[in-house]
Design a protein around this ligand. Sequence first.
Ligand code: GTP
Ligand code: MG
Length: 660
Amino acid sequence: MFIPMLDNRSDLEKPFTDPGMWQCSICAHENDTSNLSCELCGVLRDLSLYFNNISETEAGAKRRNKYSGVSVLARSLFAPSSTKSKAIIFSDGSQDNRNATGNKQATMDALHKTYMPSKKRHINIAVQIKDSVDATGKKMMDSGILQTEKDTSMDPCTSAEVDKLGGTSSSVPSSNQQVTPILDHELQHLSLESKPKSSKPKIKKPASISEYKPEPWMLQSEDQEIRRQLNLAIVGHVDSGKSTLCGRLLHALGLISKKQMHKYEKEAKEKGKGSFAYAWAMDDSTDERERGITMTVAVKYFDTEKYHVVLLDSPGHKDFVPNMISGATQADAAILVVDASVGSFEAGMGVNGIGQTKEHSQLIRSFGVENLIVAVNKMDMVEHSKDRFNFVKLQLGIFLRSCGFKDSSITWVPLSAMANENLVTAASDSRLLSWYNGNCLLKSIDSLPPPHRDVSRPLRLPICDIIASITLGQVAVCGKVEAGGIRTGSKVLVMPSGDLATVKTIERDSSSCNLARAGDNIAVGLQGLDPGHLVSGGVICHPDFPVHVASRLELKILVLEITTPILVGLQFELHIHHARVSASLVKILSLLDQKTGKASKKMPRLLTARQAAVVDVKLDKEVCVEEFSALKALGRAFLRSGGNTVAVGIVTRILDEAKV
Ligand code: GTP
Ligand code: MG
């Protein structure tokens, strides 16, 4: 059995620096006495509360151990600060002061069941290529010749606004855990078919795609590709070891040279961040390295026997949840990294309310990710204890089930990224070997089921970034092909402007290619159009089968754990793939009965937490959109107000479609 190191200090021994304030034992941030947990890093003031769920003996041992399991970053990440809220400085120089209230969020399970009732789900939304973010917020391609001209007004990827999703599950008191299964059960009867009968606004039917016939080259990939592309998001609480894990993996696979690794080690040591040497392979900006945290999504590649893996290393800090979302929305599967250390796992679970282990799990599930590898990291910190691993598995397993993950779709892998234990070869530490004989991480990745691709539908490439090539005089767009295929020399339709353009180049994994298909993250060089007509949030389409462009939508939404009701007339921000637009709630068409899924009340005037409803929303600008039933990636919506996500939903009907 794992016996933690003892620490004689009492739990409540805190270095008070100011009467009326308490200083966090982990990050040294000064908190108001009214805060039960640190508003910055989320660690509870009274660490003993972490252990409410375990036996008294174990809890006693762990209470004495409050510092032993705390990882290096948790202690050193945040410099002591006299201010209560942290100012985040963004690439564009703007600042965003925020408190730690965070956003409250209802479980997503009901939503998954509602929106994806039967068939295989797959991830569909966005792409952000981090390699290219420079200090001014511009993006540079690997080649160095391409420069981003990002329309920040429409693009959520690099928005200076920091989402308040950070508090999601956490702001919901522990009672949320009990509410969750009930809510899930009640909402599971909801279905897409349940539509309101009253007051239907004018509808224009989308053009039929039944005549569309994919060309043979679009379908070839299934058999002919040696390796399929797998977009793999690495998510989890801040400091759980995501970047270290990625760096270690790449190093073990021979993708980081000895010389390069030596350079990382030397530089990290010089900066007093020796333990971050492997993370530096992913965190390449000065800010990230100085602060020791990931801020944007890093993209790297490696191959397994079956897959060409696109590794998307997400930031774990709650202030960068929007960036995490931009990476996770393109994931086919995910690795959820949890820190097994005592206190750190519990912080990630958000006993205090700000755990990103839970929030990230909910989010990736809401993006359609079904298959999850849980990397129980830092096992070296808990002496490779089977008991600790089982404890993590039990606690987190309950939550993942409540999010809608099936037990059979979750793989649990104990490992130590730092010690290169159980990453690319079988476990070697005798303590781990004594009880674990499962797959190492690499084998677990290779065993993931192949992702489904919408290759036989008309082309849809939502634009994440717009890049101007200085040398070629071209304009290029970045994004993930969500449906169909694209080939050099072909004509494409750029929406919403309706311009026709010719595909001059396609770049995948920083090398040029002739074609790309659904699932591929690419940069496409276009010719023959006015670059000013390109916007982030636009969509590149098959010329004969354009995406819908609409300014009024019917949405089926699930209201999250909000405190202020959503009233008819509310102005909010609507996010659909990479588009972000101001919108207002015109009508609540019906409230959906959570037991039967039927419209139980006609046109209520307000919505409260955890209610499901069908609503009519009017957008200030037209957006490219599809009904969810036609293409999931372009039919998922997030409603945000006051910096918080207040509801998540799907597009059930396109109303008042624009003529382009
Ligand atoms: P964010 O991206 O900021 O959310 O952090 P992260 O999850 O990427 O964590 P990162 O890889 O930056 O590692 C954080 C700290 O954990 C570093 O000090 C690492 O050295 C340490 N760490 C990572 N993996 C292990 C491990 O297996 N064992 C131990 N003991 N420490 C580890
Ligand atoms: Mg990181």
